[in-house]
Structure formats: C-alpha cells, structure tokens
Design a protein around this ligand. Structure first.
Ligand SMILES: CC(C)(COP(=O)(O)OP(=O)(O)OC[C@H]1O[C@@H](n2cnc3c(N)ncnc32)[C@H](O)[C@@H]1OP(=O)(O)O)[C@@H](O)C(=O)NCCC(=O)NCCS
Length: 178
C-alpha cells in the first residue's frame, strides 16, 4: 500500500526487496535510535530486517500497517500503526527518522497522513502516541498535530538499560473532523 504526501514524498509498505536499504538506514543510525527504541541492538544483520519485513506483511492483513517513508526515492525512516484494534476503533502510532533526515518536518507530515488515513479510511476513533517524557522531539510531533496529553505512565518501558516514564497523547476523530 502507498500513501502520497507531497510530490516525491510518500509512504509505502515494505517488501523483501527493501531489506538492504532498511538495514543500512538502521545500521547507520543505531546509536541515536537505541536511546528511545528497544529493538535496534537486536537488528544485527539484513536477515533480521527481512524477518521484520515479513512480520509487517503479516500484520498488514489486520490494517496494522508499517510504512517506509520515502523522500526523493530515498528511504528516510519508518512509521507504523501499532496495536491496531479495529473493534475498539483505536491504534497507536510509532515512528523514527534517520538523523540526516530530521529537522525538515517529514515526520509531522507523515504522522498527519497516518492520522488522516486512520480516521477517514479505517474509521478509527482514537489514535495515541506514547513517548518518553525526555523525548522532546517526539512529543513535539504529537503537539504540532493537536494531540492532547492525557497523563504520564510511570516507569513504562525499559530501553537498553534505561527505564522511561511515558507521556500518553491522543487525538480523537471528533477533534479533527468536526
Ligand atoms: C522523533 C523524531 C522522528 C522527530 O524528528 P523531527 O525531525 O524532529 O520531526 P519532523 O520531521 O516533524 O521535523 C520537525 C522539525 O522540522 C522543522 N520543520 C521544518 N519544516 C517543517 C514543517 N513544514 N512542519 C513541521 N516542522 C517543520 C520543525 O521546526 C522542527 O525543527 P525543530 O526541532 O528545530 O523545531 C526523531 O527525533 C527520531 O527519529 N528520533 C529517534 C527515534 C524516536 O525517538 N522515535 C520516537 C519514539 S516515541
């Protein structure tokens, strides 16, 4: 599946052909990604990336899409609907960008596209973003898009030896479509 954002800027689900480019992006950013994400140390080779891609293909059957973010045909990051729950009309969005591609608004536009698709096509009611209280770049994405802070989940995740409190943000369909 593919979601157009702007000219030469789109989201696309992965196929096995993406395993090398995705692994290379992870491998060249593993230090910064490992601060707030638990999985980079487990991604040791492109075969691990292929396993991940195959999981995303299975999850897409439940609309739990993971997309590569492509700018000028270059893979710059990844975003996903996590914990898709169609019955309760809700999901959570996760995201990351390679360091060289940060600071241009790509992720804010990407998450806006996931929000629009989630509310308008998947008919979701609630979309959440969870981020560590210290991850100001991530919470800024949520705030720019009008997500509301609901509270703090204390000591919610252990990431590579550090334990983080999480800010829980959410946006309801009535808050953007009314
Ligand atoms: C979270 C993460 C994706 C945010 O990246 P980002 O580049 O700050 O976010 P955006 O792509 O939306 O860009 C926003 C920046 O571009 C600027 N910008 C430029 N044009 C813009 C536009 N049209 N719209 C929005 N922002 C724009 C903003 O001012 C902001 O810069 P600032 O931080 O200096 O104010 C990134 O820090 C990351 O990948 N971190 C590691 C993984 C991670 O923590 N993931 C989240 C786990 S919860």
């Amino acid at each position: 599946m593919r979601l157009e954002i702007e000219e030469n800027f789109y989201l696309r689900t992965f196929s096995s052909d993406d395993k090398e480019s995705l692994f290379d992006l992870i491998d060249s950013n593993r230090k910064q990604l490992g601060v707030y994400l638990a999985w980079p140390p487990k991604t040791k080779t492109s075969e691990d990336t292929l396993w991940f891609i195959n999981e995303t293909i299975k999850e897409a059957k439940n609309h739990q899409y993971t997309f590569g973010i492509f700018v000028d045909e270059i893979l710059v990051g990844v975003c996903s609907y996590n914990f898709m729950n169609i019955q309760n009309k809700k999901t959570e969005i996760g995201y990351w960008l390679g360091e060289n591609f940060q600071g241009h608004g790509h992720m804010t536009k990407t998450v806006k596209a996931l929000v629009d698709y989630g509310f308008n096509h998947l008919k979701l009611n609630r979309i959440a973003i969870h981020c560590a209280t210290t991850n100001k770049a991530s919470s800024a994405v949520a705030k720019r898009l009008g997500f509301k802070l609901e509270g703090i989940a204390r000591q919610n995740e252990v990431v590579n030896g550090n334990i983080y409190d999480h800010e829980i943000y959410s946006l309801l369909s009535s808050e953007v479509n009314s």
